[in-house]
Ligand binder design. Structure first.
Ligand code: SIN
Length: 329
């Protein structure tokens, strides 16, 4: 019997439309509906019983916290249904790594959840969307995908939601897991796994969002030469409950900003050091930073550390507990 897979469409380049087949930039993302998408890849019907649902149809760079919550809640509703064996989410690639990590922490099911997108619009010559969605559905119906956490399937590779990252603006091989690698691949039409994430996710994660209507405000402050404290003060004035400092190197803090971050901690804001380098671990660092109460993001990039901090702040503002969550997930 064929498995029943729900395609939850959110927009992105996979549903993008350009003026000509050679236009690969400057097109409109989220132009085609889920029905258009499914009709354009009839081979999906040979892999599973497919049904589509349109959650939104937007460029993923404009996804809000509210939409992220709605997506997680809808996934949980669908996965609780006996007639849904897995969910494939079509999504823009720009923020796919954020949605994948958030769902990895908030989906309450071990049924497969796979995010997929495209780097070239649906109208492009050599569009990558159709094969990507075929590979995503193959991954969703594969028995081995159950319990792997939320997955991203792009360019014949399968990544874990915690570690996947978009690393290139245009290349179809943009998705990587810079601190590890892909969990598996789809080659010759076959889904093969080689690795598994050891960090807790989905059923083993403690975050409950079914009744949550808003996430705490957490801003990212990006380190650079010539920085001053203006953005830290502005974020605090805007009501940030947490700040992720995308520091240079191993989470280093500009000398002109440190006092502002220390004052933020004193006023109850949770400050987490991450790194702008794109890979590697940030550790506790200088004794002075620890004394000032700055936490550290392990090897989560700033945008992923932000999401985990938002979920952590739903349950605690105790710094040692937040640090424990940052290290556990
Ligand atoms: C988007 O993220 O929605 C646009 C870019 C893409 O999907 O590749």
């Amino acid at each position: 019997m064929m498995k029943k897979i729900k395609i939850l469409a959110t927009g992105g380049t996979i549903a993008g439309k350009a003026a000509s087949s050679t236009q690969l930039t400057g097109y409109t993302a989220g132009a085609y509906s889920v029905d258009d998408l499914l009709a354009s890849v009839p081979a999906l019907g040979e892999l599973a019983q497919i049904s589509g649902e349109q959650l939104c149809n937007i460029d993923s760079s404009s996804i809000t916290d509210a939409l992220l919550l709605r997506l997680a809640q809808r996934c949980n509703e669908l996965l609780a249904q006996e007639d849904v064996d897995g969910v494939v989410i079509t999504h823009g690639t720009d923020t796919m790594e954020e949605t994948a990590f958030f769902l990895n922490l908030t989906v309450k099911s071990d049924k497969p959840v796979v995010l997929v997108g495209a780097m070239r619009p649906a109208t492009a010559v050599s569009a990558d969307g159709p094969l990507n969605i075929i590979n995503a559905v193959k991954t969703a119906v594969c028995a081995e995908s159950a319990g792997q956490g939320v997955l991203v399937v792009m360019n014949d590779e399968i990544y874990g939601g915690r570690d996947v990252m978009k690393t290139n603006t245009a290349n179809v091989a943009t998705f990587k897991a810079p601190n590890g690698g892909a969990l598996g691949c789809i080659v010759g039409g076959e889904v093969r796994y080689y690795y598994r994430s050891v960090r807790p996710h989905t059923l083993a994660a403690e975050f409950a969002i079914s009744k949550v209507t808003a996430l705490p405000r957490v801003d990212i402050i990006y380190a650079h030469i010539g920085q001053d404290r203006v953005l830290v003060d502005a974020a605090c004035a805007a009501g940030a409950r947490g700040l992720v400092y995308a520091g240079s190197g191993m989470g280093s803090i500009h000398g002109a900003v440190e006092a502002a971050l220390a004052e933020a901690v004193q006023s109850g804001v949770v400050v987490v050091r991450s790194s702008r380098t794109g890979s590697g671990r940030v550790s506790a660092g200088l004794a002075r930073w620890q004394e000032q109460g700055f936490l550290y993001a392990d090897n989560l990039n700033p945008q992923k550390a932000r999401l985990l901090l938002q979920l952590a702040l739903l349950q605690t503002h105790e710094r040692s507990e937040v640090q424990e969550l940052l290290l556990r997930y």
